[in-house]
Design a protein around this ligand. Structure first.
Ligand code: 5RP
Length: 263
């Protein structure tokens, strides 16, 4: 791997643990003003000291985030559809590689929609993006989107999607945690991080999700709603960090969470 690409990737996936806690705030690119992301800058600011990377679009980065931060940026560069439109999967590349470089992106992220009418189009997007990103040594994060069909989150489907992303040359892949998650890891030669998904019923459920994923071989999390929709987002991200980087159990993470609620 080229020095620049390796260096950028190691800013995100920390070499000390081989893991990462990415903070995802890109939801507005198809959901619009998501609850607690109405003012992204305000939501994100207290969480930044605990995030290994920040995932968002160029519009929110430029409008809402200080250029003086040291957290590496994973730039969402796919979009073009909305939750109320005809088909969420109908995505294109929305940001040029030159703009990603201007924004000092440590990586770029794009969704693929396997099994949809737009499978070919989104895989072509990924292949084109990788060709462009390789020119600059920028890693590509492929996101195995499931759109509205959240029921598709089984290991067979997600292993297929992750493997295809790896075959096309993605540097790392983001997917969902599911039963038999280890099957995804076994057949995917690149690092896998998990999305948190919609806010879970309890904080302990979120800690169990993160714990089970890293136990089964995930390289960390790219979590959004389960952190910033929490009543105690700083306590939540600190507890997730303890699981990902410090081998905390869900119960230990819960104690950290409780202990940080008042801080
Ligand atoms: C949407 C995304 C989001 O960044 C991803 O879903 C992570 O956020 P959450 O933990 O809220 O699911 O990539 O396609």
């Amino acid at each position: 791997m080229d020095w620049g690409k390796k260096n950028r990737l190691s800013q995100i996936i920390k070499p000390e643990t081989g893991r990462t806690v990415m903070l995802a705030v890109d939801h507005g690119y198809f959901l619009g003003p998501t609850h607690k992301l109405e003012h992204v800058g305000t939501t994100v600011e207290p969480l930044l000291p605990y995030a290994d990377a920040l995932m968002l679009t160029r519009g929110i980065l430029r409008s809402s985030i200080s250029p003086e931060i040291s957290v590496p940026i994973v730039l969402r560069v796919s979009g073009g559809s909305s939750i109320i439109g005809a088909d969420l999967a109908n995505e294109t590349i929305t940001t040029s590689m030159e703009d990603a470089v201007r924004l000092n992106a440590a990586a770029v992220a794009l969704s693929i929609f396997i099994g949809t009418d737009f499978e070919h189009q989104t895989l072509e997007n990924l292949a084109l993006l990788i060709d462009m990103a390789e020119e600059y040594g920028i890693p590509v994060l492929a996101v195995t989107a499931v759109g509205k069909e959240i029921g598709k989150k089984d290991s067979r489907f997600l292993a297929l999607a992750c493997r295809i992303a790896a075959e096309l040359g993605a540097s790392f892949v983001k997917t969902y945690y599911c039963d038999e998650f280890e099957k995804i890891i076994e057949s995917c030669p690149i690092p896998v991080v998990i999305a948190g998904g919609p806010k879970l019923d309890t904080d302990l459920d979120a800690f169990k999700l993160a714990y089970d994923a890293v136990q089964k071989g995930a390289s960390g999390v790219d979590m959004g709603r389960n952190i910033w929709q929490s009543a105690f987002p700083v306590a939540k991200i600190k507890a997730v960090r303890a699981i990902v980087h410090d081998k905390a159990t869900p119960e230990q993470a819960f104690e950290i969470f409780e202990g940080n609620k008042k801080k």
